[in-house]
Write a protein that binds this ligand. Structure first.
Ligand code: ATP
Ligand code: MG
Length: 260
């Protein structure tokens, strides 16, 4: 049995995993990490997860392997964290940052000082030492970006050559790309502007995909640059996204046949 808000959910419940993930978000919301709108953004993700079959796909593994290679090749990799990411997988984000030697920066669309601090504190509780995006001294603005996501840290996203932007907003993804940065994202929606713009689009629920990225990075940590570059050169992001769309298509066709 699993307990959510005092209500027992049987282990056999077919939506158990999904309900437990929702509960992480609600806890994050109650602790001041997640914005109201973050709950809805999660709903959009869930809908696509349903269509994708709620499991990691084979071809996603090659996106993850390539992401890992790019992160190891980077001079200054940064992981951008928002409220949903902090609520869903804070320990994993910190663990990944240690393995790939990346900085962590808090960057919010619905930006408040209070929420930024709550997110930074929760990441510190998980073992992060330095969290960027909080200090006002090193604050910089990304030009021609209207949302509050334009506020970045001079020593983080501003200077980074590679940015991991999970559950990202399309506006900023496009701007970061225009600034010449290599962008990696986790996004369940293969049609979002973020998915379509990023260099590496990992179409998976971050809750599942982040563990795969950690495990892959552990295995890749002793590989040389030549080996890593070969992986990057062989990867085709558009093709990889198309395979996810095909997966949705196949799942839809299968269900139509099942109900006939
Ligand atoms: P875009 O701005 O890129 O066109 P959007 O406006 O639809 O996309 P946002 O609300 O800006 O989306 O960002 C949230 C994105 O994160 C959505 O594409 C959603 O599908 C995705 N998402 C939500 N929850 C998860 C999750 N747990 N794992 C992976 N992706 C998720
Ligand atoms: Mg958006």
């Amino acid at each position: 049995m699993n307990n959510i808000n005092g209500i027992e959910i049987p282990r056999s419940h077919p939506r158990l995993k999904s309900l437990l993930i929702r509960d992480r978000l609600i806890t994050g919301f109650n602790n001041g990490l997640v914005a109201h709108q973050g709950l809805m953004a999660h709903g959009r993700g869930e809908a696509f997860d349903y269509l994708l079959g709620e499991k990691s796909m084979k071809h996603t593994k090659s996106a993850i392997k390539t992401a890992s290679a790019i992160l190891f090749l980077a001079k200054l990799p940064v992981i951008s964290v928002n409220g949903n990411v902090a609520a869903l997988c804070p320990k994993e984000i910190v663990r990944l940052s240690h393995i790939i030697n990346a900085k962590i920066e808090v960057n919010l669309f619905y930006n408040t000082k209070k929420r930024k601090k709550a997110i930074a504190d929760s990441l510190k509780k998980c073992g992060a030492k330095d969290i960027l995006g909080i200090e006002t001294k090193s604050r910089k603005h990304i030009e021609n970006l209207d949302s509050m996501r334009r506020v970045v840290d001079e020593n983080g996203i501003y200077k980074a050559d590679v940015v991991l932007v999970p559950l990202e907003d399309g506006d900023r993804c496009i701007k970061l790309k225009q600034l010449g940065k290599t962008i990696i994202t986790f996004d369940l929606n293969p049609f979002s502007r973020t998915s379509q713009t990023a260099d590496i689009t990992i179409i998976d629920n971050i809750v599942r995909g982040i563990t795969e990225l950690i495990n892959t990075s552990q295995k890749m940590s002793n590989k040389n640059d030549k080996y890593l570059r070969k992986i990057v050169n062989a990867f085709d992001n558009k093709k990889n996204i198309a395979m996810s769309v095909l997966q949705i298509n196949n799942n839809l066709i299968r269900n139509i046949i099942n109900y006939e």
